[in-house]
Design a protein around this ligand. Structure first.
Ligand code: AMP
Length: 213
């Protein structure tokens, strides 16, 4: 099964993708994570995209499609979860071609809808464990008082440089201008399924499980 988690920054795509990886053995392909890894490794591409990401703008289609092409070629027995990709119509078309070249297709596109005020609150308080990726939030799920991640015991707390109000405004604008047309695109293809991204993590997990069957 191959699915897309579609939604604005802060909708909970990463959290739900992690759960699907743990429970269904699917492979999460997050272009945001791949780009941050490229930045951390100091590669030429990583340096090229650093400022674009910090501003909250989209990286070129060519770069992200290249990253996804490499990963799809590796295959995934449990199927792929596309998290943060595609973000433009050109990326969506490229994904169709990449999957069909591997004899595969998309099974569902899960749209996670959340209102804008909630997104700002979610993103500005967000942190993650730098070792295992567990997601925390200053108000709803604070980093434990003993300083250790509840999942893996690491003390490596991370906050994304682009999780601030200025970058977030641009990221939201990019989402509405370039990514939200994908909702109509996948609806027309008969792939779109909606879930309420404002529901609790468990309720969203259940709604996605029902869609995936
Ligand atoms: P994310 O972790 O998905 O929120 O992505 C963080 C940032 O990486 C975005 O704000 C973009 O600058 C860049 N990025 C991630 N995925 C894509 C994509 N599919 N297309 C273009 N830029 C992307």
């Amino acid at each position: 099964m191959n699915i897309i988690l579609l939604g604005p920054p802060g909708a909970g795509k990463g959290t739900q993708a992690r759960h699907l990886v743990e429970t269904r053995g699917m492979v999460q392909l997050s272009t945001g994570d791949m780009l941050r890894e490229a930045q951390a490794s100091g590669s030429e591409m990583g340096e090229k995209v650093a400022e674009v990401i910090a501003r909250g703008e989209l990286v070129t289609d060519e770069i992200v499609i290249g990253l996804i092409r490499e990963k799809i070629a590796e295959g995934a027995e449990g199927g792929f979860i596309f998290d943060g990709f595609p973000r433009t119509l050109a990326q969506a078309d490229a994904l169709t071609v990449l999957l069909s070249d591997m004899g595969q297709s998309l099974d569902a596109v899960v749209e996670m809808s959340v209102d804008d005020a909630a997104l700002v609150a979610r993103i500005t308080g967000r942190s993650t464990c730098g070792d295992c990726g567990e997601v925390y939030h200053d108000e709803t799920k604070p980093w434990p008082a003993d300083g250790k991640c509840t999942n893996c015991g690491s003390t490596n707390i991370k906050r994304r440089a682009d999780d601030n109000e200025d970058s977030l405004k641009t990221r939201l604008m990019e989402y509405y201008k370039k990514t939200s047309p994908l909702i109509g695109y996948y609806y027309a293809k008969g792939k779109l399924k909606k879930v309420d991204g404002l529901a609790s993590i468990g309720d969203v997990q259940a709604a996605i499980a029902e869609i995936l069957g």
